[in-house]
Structure formats: C-alpha cells, structure tokens
Design a protein around this ligand. Structure first.
Ligand code: FES
Ligand SMILES: [Fe+2]
Length: 391
C-alpha cells in the first residue's frame, strides 16, 4: 500500500492498471476499503468532472429544496417557482451551520436554524435578523449581496442534476456529447425528448454493502449473466451482448434481444424515432463516475450511485417512460411490471457486488486480472480511474 498523501495511486500502480487489458491489473484493495482514499476520490474522481446528484422530479413544483451530500460535501438543490433548478453549497454564510437538513417545500425563503439568516431560492441573502443588535436587522459596512449561498456549477440533463465541484471541467455538453451522439440513432435528438418520470412504477432504492466502484464495474460487463441472471439469460444470452466503450467517460454493454414490456398485452409507448429493426436493442452504459443508464425502446432508467462509505453505497433508480400517455393509469400495470423486472435483476447483482467487496479485504488479492475478451469495459473504467487517481 502506498502513501496517499500526494496522489492516491503511484505512477507505478497506474502503469500496471493502464497496460493492455491482457496484461493489466485492477485497482488495489485500498481503493475499496480505505476512508482516506475515498476522500481523495472526491477530489480526483468526482470534483473535477460532472457527477450526478439527483433527479429534478424529486423537487416538487412551487419552490422546493433538497439537500444531498456528495462524499460528505453538503449540497443543496433548489427549484424555484419558475422551475429554475440550481445547486448551492448547503452551508450558511454566517457561522457555517448546515442550512437545510431535509427535503422541504420552500415557496419563499430558506431560513438557517442557528441565527435565522434567510436566503432566497436563487441563493441571495435576504434577511439577517438582529445582526446590528436586538431589533436591528442591518449592520453598517455589511453588504448582504456579497454573502449569499455559494453556487455550484450545475446542469440538468434528461431530468438529472449534475455538478462540477471544481468549476473548471469542460462544459457538460462537451462531456456528454459522445453518449448523446451514440444514442441519437435510437431516439432522435437529445433536445426535446419525451421522457417522463412516473408517479408509480418508476423508482427503486437499494442499499449495498459495497464500494460504489464495484457497482460500476459490475454494470460494465455482461460476463456474469449466465451465472447470476439465470432467468434473464434465458432470452438475452451472453452471446447476444456486445461491449460499449465511448471516449474516456463511458463504458458498458448492450443486447440485441431485450424483451420489450408487454404485460397482459399492453405495450408501453416507444420513442417515435427508434428504428423498427432495432426494437429489441438495449444499451447499458456507465457514465463515470456515478451514473448507470439503461436505454430501451420504451423506457430509460437511471441509477445514481451515492457513495456513503468505502463499503456502503445507496443506489437510487428512476425509470423514465415515453410521453404523457405512458405515465397514465392505462399503463400502470406495465410500469409496475417493468420496475419489477429491473428490481429482480438489480437484486441479483447485490450479492456479487458485496462478494467482491468482501474479497477486497483479502491480502490474497491484488487488483485481479481482466479477460481481454470479456472484461474490456470493466478495464476501461479502471483506466479512467487510474488516470485521475494518479494525478
Ligand atoms: S450560522 Fe446561519 S444564521 Fe448563524
Ligand atoms: Fe448484473
């Protein structure tokens, strides 16, 4: 184990990981079990790129605020009455009390629980009660306009909220373009898309006792299908899958035989532009660092990985359906069936991801190896991580 004072990985470790797949080794155990390593991941793997922190549909209209911690950094997502979504550091400018500790409707102001300074949903500091003494709410020489909430660079894409903590990553558009270009072939331009969050049959939360990276790694590959997803493998077999690696930030796998929803003869509405001859194509892509996407002709799901501890991650899944009709009562049954099918698949993955976590405490394991045939997307993720972790 190397010191992690300078960079979490040494140049030598990086070299081992970034060799050709057939000769490479994986990230060291420390990367999965050490709390200090995890803190450094915040700076190296999350802050300098675009991390996904939440869903717009969780923010109710009419003014709403939702706190989210990103590897212990308290953030606050707000949606104002005009539906403008913003992200701030969730900390009061006065003495640094955490401003909001639970999701709440916020038609007007956000008031600090300590000395009651209050902020608008645009982050402006609006009131500073008794700052100049009892009953005196202004202070000579103090300009509230310089002490609003600190904004975090953020973007909303397909109903998801992304942040770039370092504020100097390439634009989100540049970041996501390679994936957007690829998926344009399936459902047209990623501009005015038809995706809708559903009130029922649209969400799932799973807590796993494993490092967030293991969830990404498992998601990148189809190799485990015959052994772990026995029912799924009956119709979507290993040989029906292909690898996906796009640029530096995306890897995963796809299938040519996805079984579209059709519960009781009810088929969910599909993307209009989806090619007829590829209706059973589906693609599963990890958007580094912490978002797992699954695109089918009749829905898209998005799973945000919230790292809580080196060995604990919360997976928050939303399923987006196609157009207004798809989220109505008529399709409630089909949506529930869709969610249930994914619930089963993700539940099957929990055991193997947790099993890999347990293996990371073994001195008998040192990064492991990759099959240059079956594990190339997983290795793609390791390369990405090693490049950033080694500085
Ligand atoms: S710390 Fe928030 S008002 Fe004092
Ligand atoms: Fe799986």
């Amino acid at each position: 184990m190397n010191s992690i004072i300078d960079a979490p990985l040494t140049a030598e470790q990086k070299a081992r990981i970034t060799r050709p797949t057939s000769e490479a080794r994986g990230l060291p155990n420390l990367a999965y079990i050490d709390p200090v390593f995890m803190k450094r991941e915040r700076e190296t793997l999350f802050a300098q790129t675009w991390a996904c922190i939440g869903f717009v549909s969780d923010l109710k209209p009419g003014g709403y605020a939702k706190p989210v911690d990103l590897l212990d950094v308290p953030l606050l997502i707000t949606r104002d009455r005009s539906d403008v979504v913003r992200v701030f550091h969730n900390v009061c400018s006065h003495r640094g009390h955490k401003l909001v500790d639970a999701p709440c409707p916020a038609g007007g102001m956000l008031s600090c629980p300590y000395h009651a300074w209050s902020y608008g949903l645009d982050g402006a500091l609006e009131t500073t009660p008794h700052i100049g003494g009892p009953g005196v709410h202004e202070l000579s020489g103090f300009d509230p306009s310089g002490h609003g909430l600190k904004a975090v660079r953020s973007e909303v894409w397909m109903g998801m909220v992304f942040v770039n903590l370092s504020a100097d990553a390439p634009s989100f558009e540049t970041h996501i373009q390679p994936l957007a270009d690829r998926w344009e072939a399936f459902h047209g331009a990623f501009g005015p898309y038809d995706l809708r969050p559903a009130a029922t049959g649209g969400d799932l939360q799973i807590e796993i006792k494993a490092n967030w990276k293991l969830a990404v790694e498992n998601y990148c590959e189809a190799y485990h299908l015959p052994q772990i997803h026995v029912a799924l493998n009956q119709y979507s077999r290993l040989e029906d899958h292909y690898h996906i690696m796009i640029g530096e930030n995306f890897a995963g796998q796809g299938t040519t035989v996805y079984n579209l929803s059709g519960t009781a003869g009810i088929h969910l509405p599909r993307f209009e532009e989806w090619p007829e001859d590829r209706l059973q194509y589906a693609e599963y892509v990890s958007v580094y660092p912490n978002l797992l996407l699954g695109l089918q002709a009749d829905h898209l799901f998005a799973m945000i990985l919230h790292p809580i501890a080196p060995d604990r991650t919360i997976e928050d899944l939303r399923i987006f359906y196609v157009g207004d009709e798809a989220i109505g009562d008529e399709y409630a049954h089909a949506r529930e069936a869709t969610r249930e099918s994914w619930r089963v698949v993700f539940a099957e993955d929990v055991g193997v991801v947790e099993g890999m976590q347990q293996g990371r405490s073994s001195p008998g394991f040192d990064g492991g190896i990759f099959s240059q045939v079956m594990d190339t997307p997983t290795h793609h993720f390791h390369r990405w991580a090693a490049g950033k972790l080694a500085g």
